[in-house]
Design a protein around this ligand. Sequence first.
Ligand code: PLP
Length: 294
Amino acid sequence: MALRFALMIDPLAADETNSELRSTFTAVDPAAPALTVGELSTQRGDGIFESIGVVDGHPQEVEAHLDRLAHSAELCDLPAPHIDQWREAVAIAAAECGPGEGVVKLILSRGVEHGPTPTAWATAASAADFTAVRRDGIRVVTLDRGYAIDAPARAPWLLLGAKTLSYAVNMAALREAHRRDADDAVFLSSDGFVLEAPTASLILRRGDTFVTPAPNGGILHGTTQLSLFDHLAARGFETGYETIPVDELRGADAAWLVSSVRLAAPVREIDGVAVDVDPEFTASLNDYLLSPRD
Ligand code: PLP
């Protein structure tokens, strides 16, 4: 996923009196160095991000991503993002993604050690081709995340509901899944409830009802899941948030991992046991996800 474009954002230069938001951006060469060695995002992963899917230049679900960016900032005690400024940055970056599917990434870092300001930037890239995975599905393994379902309430400093830059654990879980001959992982709480995947939300089907783990269990509230639930409700299906024991994952009629760039990947195996995949239904979900969404 080669970067096509990068925009440095001055988060403190945007305020109610600044109508020239574009003057707070500086386009930089995405292949050239742009951060200082004192950056806390690189030293400590101390910052937050969003990855926004782009289809033929249209950024998907921008407001939901900006809401989550603001929520992550609040959880991390970062300055509240100036939403108009970020919306403008998304529009500029999305226009640079090129034809087909792309991804705009937004990053807000605590900034430079001992420095006065946070650091922020946006990038644009073309997306990998996920056609096969959307059609053929993925094999997942369940992995213990090591926290009980009530950990976020007891220990908010774990920042479990924030989309922080500290994804080393998520990447380690993916490597473990690959070691176990699977494509992806589903995290479980230490007390046996289903949470999310390292980079995606989980949706289960039970008859005509679709459920997803409640976002208060220390998981991200996925923008793709939110959008799909609206779509499913409009098609007459029931949707809901639940605390889901692992047995219900194994007993589901169907399951998907959903996320902004890969979109809906049907699960075809859980811990080595085959799961039914409905290719036509999954294709209808991905058709919806690929249509312009606001
Ligand atoms: N959960 C985690 C941990 C993620 O990293 C992501 C996306 O990257 C998601 C869920 C899905 O979120 P979205 O649908 O907004 O991409």
